[in-house]
Design a protein around this ligand. Structure first.
Ligand code: ADP
Ligand code: MG
Length: 285
């Protein structure tokens, strides 16, 4: 074995120890090319390092996507903005870029009856933020509350909350399904208080604030929670007709083609009343 062969033989172990799998995979290819094309040593090294860095970013995003537990198909690509005319796509894309609002721990609140696309929109934003390098966790609120209750019983609530700190955005889907009679739901309040002005929350709800008394332990806690949530918040109200119901109506309409009266176009019947940022009195009451 000559000196070159000996070096090549030691490389896999050294590169594994340094955790450079891409250099390990690619160096023989680039070494051959460098030799053939007479690359300077610096170019050879820089090329390998560049590939390692690029793949490291890709691997990190893949890890973040897995840990985020987002519904895989609910992305911006599959979200039909025409179904929610008053949600501007440009606004959602700006939020998807992250930056300022995540840095100051601002929140997003999405209201609307069942089926209007609240979860889909939340998930789509989550996916886009993961693409942009942020860490997100999507959870049904009841599931997360349950986890935190277990932690509290084991006297580990502070540690559990601290663990959630690594997420730039916590998506709490369907907060209205939490019931205060499931003992100790004040963990939800503690989560909100803990993240206030530091880490962002995105909450979906099919009940206006006025009905949140059934979520928190007492009216004072409800007020305190809402107060913190709305202090720095973008609020979307998706008061359109259920997307599922509209899709069903559309396919029925297609099935009875030719019989295409206005009744088959629920979109035309009630104008959607979506609004951004400014909550309507109905939501705030
Ligand atoms: P919500 O959370 O408001 O109850 P979902 O987000 O679960 O509603 O939406 C219900 C179904 O309709 C899902 O399958 C979702 O993907 C689909 N959907 C809702 N709104 C849209 C939309 N604007 N574009 C594409 N699919 C949508
Ligand atoms: Mg939902």
């Amino acid at each position: 074995m000559n000196a070159g062969q000996a070096d090549a033989a030691r490389l896999p172990i050294m590169l594994a120890e340094l955790r450079l799998p891409t250099v390990h995979r690619l160096w023989p290819v680039f070494a051959e090319r460098a030799d053939k094309e007479g690359w300077p040593a610096a170019r050879f090294l820089a090329t390998l390092v560049e590939h390692e860095l690029a793949e490291r970013v890709t691997r990190r995003i893949e890890r973040h996507r897995l840990e985020a537990r987002l519904p895989p198909e609910k992305t911006l690509a599959t979200f039909d903005f025409s179904a929610v005319p008053k949600v501007r796509k440009a606004h959602i894309l700006a939020l998807a870029a992250g930056d300022a609002w995540l840095e100051k721990g601002a929140n997003i609140l999405v209201f609307g009856p069942p089926g209007v696309g609240k979860s889909h929109m939340a998930s789509a934003l989550g996916h886009a933020l993961v693409d942009n390098g942020y860490r997100v966790l999507f959870s049904r609120t009841v599931d997360l509350v349950q986890r935190l209750q277990v932690a509290r019983r084991e006297l580990a609530l502070p540690a559990a909350l601290a663990k959630l700190d690594k997420f730039d955005l916590l998506i709490l889907d369907d907060i209205s399904y939490v019931r205060k009679d499931q003992a100790e739901t004040s963990v939800l309040f503690e989560l909100i208080a803990e993240r206030y002005e530091r880490r962002s929350l995105l909450i979906t709800a099919n009940q206006p604030f006025s009905a949140w008394d059934s979520v928190f332990q007492d009216p004072a806690m409800t007020v305190a929670a809402i107060d913190r949530l709305v202090h720095h918040a973008t609020i979307f109200e998706l008061n359109v007709e259920s997307y599922r119901r509209r899709a069903a109506t559309r396919s029925r309409a297609t099935a009875s083609a030719g019989d295409n009266h206005d009744d088959n176009h629920p979109e035309g019947r009630d104008a959607p009343t979506t609004s951004e940022t400014t909550p309507s009195p109905a939501t705030l009451s």
